[in-house]
Write a protein of this length. Sequence first.
Length: 569
Amino acid sequence: MNDQTALEPEDALAKHFIAQRIDADIASDRFGGRVVTRFPPEPNGYLHLGHAKAICLDFGMAETYGGQCHLRFDDTNPEAEDVEFVESIQEDLRWLGFDWGEHLFFASDYYEALYNFARQLIAADKAYVCTLDVEAFKAYRGEPTRPGKESPCRNRPVAESLDLFARMRAGEFSDGEYVVRAKIDMASPNLHMRDPVIYRIKHLRHHRTGDTWCVYPMYDFTHCISDSLEKVTHSLCTLEFEVHRPLYEWVLEQLDVYAPQQIEFSPLNLSYTVMSKRILRSLIQKGHVSGWDDPRLPTLGGMRRRGYTPASIRNFCDEIGVTKYEGLTRIDLLEHSVRNDLNKSAQRRMAVLDPLKVVIENYPEGEVETFSVGNNPEDPTAGKREVPFGRELYIERADFMEDPPKKFFRLAPGREVRLRGACFITCNEVVKNDDGDIVELRCSFDPESRGGSAPDGRRVKATLHWVACAQAVELEIRLYDRLLLIEDASSLSIETVDEHLNPDSLKTITGYAEPSVALTQAGETLQFERVGYFCADEKDHRSEAPVFNRTATLRDTWAKMAKVPKKTG
């Protein structure tokens, strides 16, 4: 046993079941002490948070045991795959903090080998060419409670199947006219073992091989052989592949090749979120969201654009752990993770999203002074910035009430409050328009309270953020919220998801901020004090036209809301 895997009893108890399985394999020298994992995405969409859990596990186990993790693209379906997705997946992995080094592979690298392995199965009478169409295939397959029927082609002579397979490759037949099926057991209780299709015809151009091939292997056939060729030791999959494992093992056994171990773990199901790439694609196609990197989607591109940090996602994946049991993870755990990370790293700035004008009547007209305000109280190295102050200011409309209840401590007629880092002000007069709406507050300030404290030691119960009107930078603010109104989205489909979309998942407003906000770089996240965390949009943000996406509120605003409908039948 390697020294790094020699566990004390308490350490063993702290490890999840996959780590314990790897420990056992190392102890028994099953794979010669090697640990090789792989992350095998299909390049038919962007990676999402569910993939992040798998990525952290795949790369994390390899790193923990001094092994390696391969990045292998499962590019066996040219109908849905594109170079855009290959590039976005690599970008997301690097952003998340993982590197595969020289271990980049494509299933298409193995097309010739896969074709020959299929021929080997046919030659051993373990596979055959079948002419059943899709509907007939389903009818012959049967149900889990009753056996299927053998295809009329099942006993086709080996030589004939080999000839037909060669002609399939040569392009003599149309899509769907023939398939290659493994010959296993039509009475198996596992439908995946009832003579599954391992090759089909698709006359489509492939993003890497062009028009070289018109027959493409199925995932279950490709995946196990790719793992074998790459000498993967532990093929980590989510639980939906558990019923596929007998086929994974059958193929490798029939071919008599190196066999990795497939281990399944629970996928990530997040409340108020849909993870299905098919459904995400449909939302994009229907125009409900702007694209794969829309900040409302759980894609890593969307989360990056919204302002989530790689550390917050990795920490979230560590926090939820690895189990064999499916469950629903609360989205507020993810939001807590990003708040916790940004609280330590995000610079503070003042911005007003719903402005109410304040005129300080005893402050000289035309005069401007600056106050020094800290950039981040959690970071002693963050320093300070100078914020301009003048006679006319904006405060949040919600920070004033003309007739406040007992526990409202912010600004009200005759009441004194602190302006963050600046001074104390008192509201003297409320100005309204003809409709009775409050449009302006007339206030006075205490010149002795400059800097935010009074020399006589008096205290106030509220501190408000503010922005000087004359120097204010106008912002486009995109208030992103949860995508769905339904907590458990596992029952949703392409046909039903639309009725459960949150109509308030995006609101666009105009806000005003202190001038330093215009210097924010695209992709940088700030905390707008007392409001929330906001990220300068990586696509649309410009210093002359700032655009900020809300990453998260400062606390869970949904916790106090009435419960929304849960999963429906």
